[in-house]
Each structure stands twice: as C-alpha cells, then as structure tokens.
Design a protein around this ligand. Sequence first.
Ligand SMILES: Cc1ncc(COP(=O)(O)O)c(C=O)c1O
Length: 397
Amino acid sequence: MNRIYLCLAHMSGAEQKYIQKAFEDNWVAPLGPNVDGFEEDLKNFLGGGREVLAVSSGTAAVHLGLIGCGVGPGDEVIAQSFTFCASVNPIVYQGASPVLVDSDPDTWNMDPVLLEEAIRDRIAKTGKAPKAIVPVSLYGMPYHIDRILEVAGKYGIPVVEDSAEALGSEFAGRKLGTFGRFGVLSFNGNKMITTSGGGALICPDADTKERMLHFATQARERYPFYQHIDLGYNYRMSNVSAGIGRGQMNVLEDHIAHHRRIAALYAECFKDIPGITVHLNPSADIDSNYWLSVITIDPGVQVKGQECLPPFEGAPGGTPNANVEALRLALDTAGIESRPLWKPMHLQPYYADAPYYGGVNPVSEELFRTGLCLPSGPLVGDAEVEYIIGIIRDNLR
Ligand SMILES: Cc1ncc(COP(=O)(O)O)c(C=O)c1O
C-alpha cells in the first residue's frame, strides 16, 4: 500500500480545461475570467446572499477581514486559542494584540461563555471593547455560531469566521462563513478543495467586496498613475490558480460526502476499542464537513513502546502524551501520516504574553495532549481505514 496522507489534493479532471483557456487567452495574471467564475461558483455554493473575493491564501483572507473590521494598532482582537497560527498572526500584522479564548468541550471551538467573560474583563481593564472576534471551525467542526453572534451583538463587535477548514460545514442548515461580518476559506493543498494555494474572503455585500478588493490590490486608486491613500497588499488570486478552483468545484460535493463517510467509518470501527473516541457532531444543528477525522486517546490507553520515548527537546508549552506520540510513530512506520491536534496559541512561546481566558481545566490543553488527526482525504478509502484501524489495534496493549 502507498503511504497514506492526511488529506491529499484530488483533481476532478476539469481543471486543465480552465488552465488551458487561461494560457490560450494569455490571461496568466492576477484577476481574470477564471477568478470571476470561481468567485461566482463559490457564491452559489455558499448561498446566503454573500459575495466572495478570491485571494492568495486563507491567511490573507483573515488579514483582510480584520482590516475590514477596522482593526489597527492599539486594538485588541479576541481569537480562539485552539487553532492554527494563521487565525491569530494577522492580528499582529495589524499592530493589534490577540486575546485568546479557550474552547468548549463539545465543538472544541470558541466557548461562548468564556468569550463573554473575556469581553467584560477587557472592557474593565482597557476601557474599550475588543475590535473583532475570530472563532475557528477546527477540523471542519462548526462553532456555536448562534451563541457567539449573540454575545458579539450584545457588545457590538464584528465576527470574522475562520472557516478555512470548514468549506461545506453547516450550522442549522446554513454554510459556515456566511454568518459573521466576514468569513474565511482556504484552498491550500490539503484542504477540502485546492487551488494549489489560495483562499477566499466571504463578504456581506458587493460594496464591501469592492472595498476589500481595493486592499487586496495594493490599494491602488483610480488614476492612470500609481496613487495610494491606504496601505494595500498584493493578495489577489491568479487566473491560473482560479482555473484549478473552478475545476475543483466539480468534486466539492463528492469530497464533502467522502470526508463525512470516512468519519462515520472510523466511528464505527473505534466503537469496540475502549479509550479511543472519535470527535463527532455534538448536536443536530451542527454538521461538520469532517475535513480531518480526529480521535482522542485516553491517558490510560497503553500504546506499545510509549515508555521508551525520549522527551521532546525545545518545545516549551507542553507536548502530546507519550501514548499519542507512540501511536503516531507506529502509524508513521506503517506508512500512515497522522498529526497531533493543533497546539493552542496560549501555549506557543510567541503568544506567551497574550491575555488568555480558559476554565480551570483548559479544554484545548487536554485536547492537544490526547488528540490525533487521522487520514481522511479523497484518496483514503475503506481499505485504508481498515488498515489504519488494524495498525492501531496491533499497537495497543
Ligand atoms: C484554521 C486555519 N486558518 C487559516 C488557515 C490559513 O490558510 P492558508 O494556508 O490558505 O493561508 C488555515 C490553513 O492553513 C487554517 O487551518
């Protein structure tokens, strides 16, 4: 069996047609018909009357979303601590400061109760409300967006939904990324669909999209010469990348169905393995795309070889449990890629000084210590899942 990766890109076959057209028309540049077409396809897929701006990465989209909320030097922005660094770094790009909030135990995403606690405390301490809120749908699992919007609305703070991992995930039948002031998507090589590298900013209306396009194209003013009033960025998607995206739209629904089926298969297979739990939709209104299938491993589960592991060097802020690392190594030896859950930002040395709001037993810290992401992409079939489960079984005592 070939090495099994977490989530590899998978082409529909239609991508070449759009790329070839870009070459034939010599439209090998940022902007162009493929970009317009891809934005339209995404807009139709997402619904909710939102506009879509295709950009060079999900990180760029987070950055633009913050710019669109008016975040600037001296501001604070509340972000989910349990995330990939790209949700939080753009806050620093804007000269603002992140305030990190822990997750709730059922969605693993921003805890609405802690969010309100953080807002109140920041207002008490700094005299002003945070400028934006960035919840993240980690591994595709929706956050409690209704409760987050309720808290945000109470204090008049805009929400930038980091739904980079959640293309197709829904809350109460509506696509993630269409609830907040802005939404973010990523089309990195390992996401639900890819443009090789790219992202999108979901905007509330055409005027806002136009304004954000201005910032994404170096903030060029409408003169025949280069004139700049604002600070801009080169964040536009290329017409060639967007051609890949248009082709990928043909397989998006298949990919989502596939990821969901693989998660259900893991859940079925792990049912009789005590101490291992698959992260599943916690309630009927939450419908994950299951970008990655994720398990947590009870600290009491004994994995062969865990006692022989040398401690990690140079990783301040903590490491996964030894049984998780032993399982990761066993899978790796068997040709299977797996990955510990994302290390929370409040444990990262770079963000050590950021204000952090968590409960007595921080959820994200426990998840980081006990969790493992398993392969779930379009190239992972039933045989691969069976093989992975077999390797896991063989390595448990
Ligand atoms: C939660 C989250 N936010 C943002 C990003 C940034 O996306 P990109 O890699 O396209 O910049 C990613 C993915 O890499 C992500 O997983």
